[in-house]
Design a protein around this ligand. Structure first.
Ligand SMILES: [Mg+2]
Length: 241
């Protein structure tokens, strides 16, 4: 069968999000210790991880609450030191996987429509695409904050397919999280591909609904799946120069 679109998750699929988080948090804590936060690196890390777990990843009060958790009065100076160090980490670690750009280029050359479906805040997710330098590859990007529903809700998948003017069954979805990416894509009948990266890399699917049609370990493996016929070519391939 033909596949017309390839749609991607962002974090730990197009770049190493886990490494960025670890490094950015470590740098923030180090800068805050340097500015006077009375913790050592390890207890600072534990306190911050606890705060993030409690507030969720998208709060903008992580560092304020870290200061509180460290038992000192509110301090804009400490928070600002952490924020600066956190943001300065991005240019270093917010980089595409080695195979991301060559793979996206090849997929576009082959005539696939490309999209993104991502959970998170719209500006933050777009900031990632722009910093990764890949924002122009995609015909559309659907972000949960804008949609009002998150993966694995079927609507976020079907809206992306509608925007790309493809049926879900003619679409491929690539993501790293079996619970949101793979379960969600399977539910709407997309061909699910699981990127074995990030914190879920070694998690085995709890049932067939969470099992991807194919597992890959690097994005370039998509091209091998196309060559093997596991992913179909577009019905009207782009003319090759
Ligand atoms: Mg992800």
């Amino acid at each position: 069968m033909n596949h017309e679109a390839v749609i991607f998750d962002i974090d730990d699929t197009l770049y190493n999000s886990t490494r960025l988080s670890v490094m950015a948090r470590a740098n923030a804590i180090e800068a805050m210790i340097d500015a006077g936060l009375p913790v050592d690196r390890q207890s600072g890390t534990e306190l911050l991880n606890g705060v993030i777990q409690r507030l969720g990843a998208n709060s903008n009060r992580h560092l304020d609450e870290l200061v509180e958790a460290a038992g000192v009065p509110p301090s804009a100076r400490l928070v600002a030191a952490g924020i600066v160090a956190y943001h300065n980490t991005k240019p270093v670690y917010l980089r595409p996987f080695e195979e991301t750009i060559p793979t996206l280029l090849r997929l576009r050359d082959l005539g696939y429509r490309l999209g993104v479906i991502t959970n998170g805040m719209a500006v933050k997710q777009w900031e990632k695409l722009i910093r990764l330098g890949i924002q122009h590859f995609f015909h559309t990007a659907v972000v949960s904050e804008t949609m009002g529903v998150e993966k694995p809700d079927p609507r976020i998948f079907t809206v992306c397919c509608e925007r790309l003017q493809v049926e879900p069954a003619a679409s491929v979805y690539v993501g790293n999280d079996p619970g949101t990416d793979i379960f969600g894509a399977n539910r709407v009948g997309m061909l699910s591909i699981r990127m074995r990266k990030g914190k879920h890399a070694d998690v085995e699917p709890e049932d067939d609904a969470h099992r991807a049609a194919h597992d890959i370990h690097r994005l370039g493996d998509l091209l091998g799946l196309i060559e093997a016929g596991a992913i179909g070519l577009p019905a009207a391939p782009a003319p090759q120069p």
